[in-house]
Design a binder for this molecule. Structure first.
Ligand code: SAM
Length: 310
């Protein structure tokens, strides 16, 4: 296989692998590119590479396959699944997530595309987090924070959410990825101090917020309705007031689902005098989010006293 064909085939294989491990829906796989690749003269080599990579059993593969299939067919449908997200280091973040987009009255039990996009940006810009104390608002299943903890070397990371079931799953996912929630006794000095906080934006006080002493605050996919957006802005205003001398830098990522998404947020930021700017889009997709969806990251500087328009 020519080197450029080999590179193309490798990235196609990776794309399948990433989607498979993250249990993405089959229609989102790059079937068309695979079909085109297989039609090329070197297509049979690609097919061989796929078979070699995924043949786990050296003999009698069909028996093993039938047994596995029988197990799946007889198993009760589970409401939870495990999804793995590969990091460039070869490490991965594995999460227990709900199989339904909305369950137990919350959207926080699955990973949303903006969380993957923000994690990807963080991995490409680790200096924004290295040696910092990071507070995440509305962590959900925990993907962004865990990717930052594994790839960006923060000093401390505080996951937070307000929903009981989400917090329980989040704590489980932190432990599943090898971080401890016990009192901080690091064996690995590069490992961050990790905590999970029950933090409701409608109830949190300025004293509670300033106790975190966050250098960086992040949030992904938390602008999905007006009420939630206003609650989030309330927290940002409190952070701005209570950490006036060392206000954190804030990154908020969201998927633009309609032309109104983000508008209320920006209006409220400007009303509060919070400076914002759009982070330039980054190249090179690492995670299996919908590649055609429009996702933006806003960077906010809380102690700024002016605002800019789009
Ligand atoms: C759409 S999910 C996003 C989860 C995760 N950041 C992601 O992108 O995968 C929104 C999250 O915000 C949390 N949330 C909503 N309102 C909140 C509030 N008032 N206080 C704290 N968390 C809130 C929800 O519990 C949920 O986990």
């Amino acid at each position: 296989m020519a080197p450029e064909d080999h590179e193309g085939a490798t990235s196609l294989l990776q794309s399948f692998e990433r989607r498979f491990l993250a249990a993405r829906a089959l229609p989102s796989f790059p079937w068309q590119s695979l079909e085109e690749k297989l039609r090329e003269p070197s297509g049979s080599e690609l097919l061989l590479a796929i078979l070699q990579k995924h043949e786990a059993v050296p003999t009698e593969p069909l028996d093993a396959l039938y047994e596995a299939l029988a197990e799946v067919l007889m198993a009760k449908e589970s409401s939870q699944c495990h999804r793995s997200y590969l990091l460039p280091s070869g490490d991965s973040v594995t999460l227990s997530e709900s199989t339904a987009i909305v369950s137990h009255g919350t959207t926080g039990l699955v990973t949303w595309d903006a969380a993957l996009y923000l994690a990807e940006w963080a991995i490409k810009n680790p200096a924004a987090f290295t040696d910092r104390t990071v507070l995440e608002l509305g962590s959900g299943a925990g993907l962004t924070g865990l990717a930052i903890c594994k790839a960006c070397y923060p000093r401390a990371f505080i996951f937070s959410d307000c929903h009981g079931q989400v917090l329980e799953q989040l704590r489980g996912n932190v432990l599943l990825n090898g971080f401890s929630l016990e009192l901080y006794t690091p064996t690995d000095p590069s490992s961050p101090k990790v905590t999970v906080a029950d933090l409701d934006w409608d109830e949190v006080t300025a004293a509670q917020l300033s106790a975190f002493q966050a250098d960086v605050v992040i949030a992904a996919d938390v602008l999905y309705c007006g009420e939630v957006t206003l609650s989030l802005v309330r927290v940002l205003k409190m952070l701005s007031a209570c950490q006036r001398m060392n206000a954190p830098v804030v990154y908020v990522a969201y998927t633009i689902r309609s032309q109104d998404t983000g508008k209320l947020f920006i209006t409220e930021l400007e009303r509060a005098g919070i400076y914002w700017e759009e982070v330039p889009p980054h190249a090179g997709q690492l995670f299996p989010y919908e590649e055609h969806s429009a996702i933006v990251i806003l960077k906010l500087v809380l102690n700024g006293c002016h605002s800019v328009g789009r």
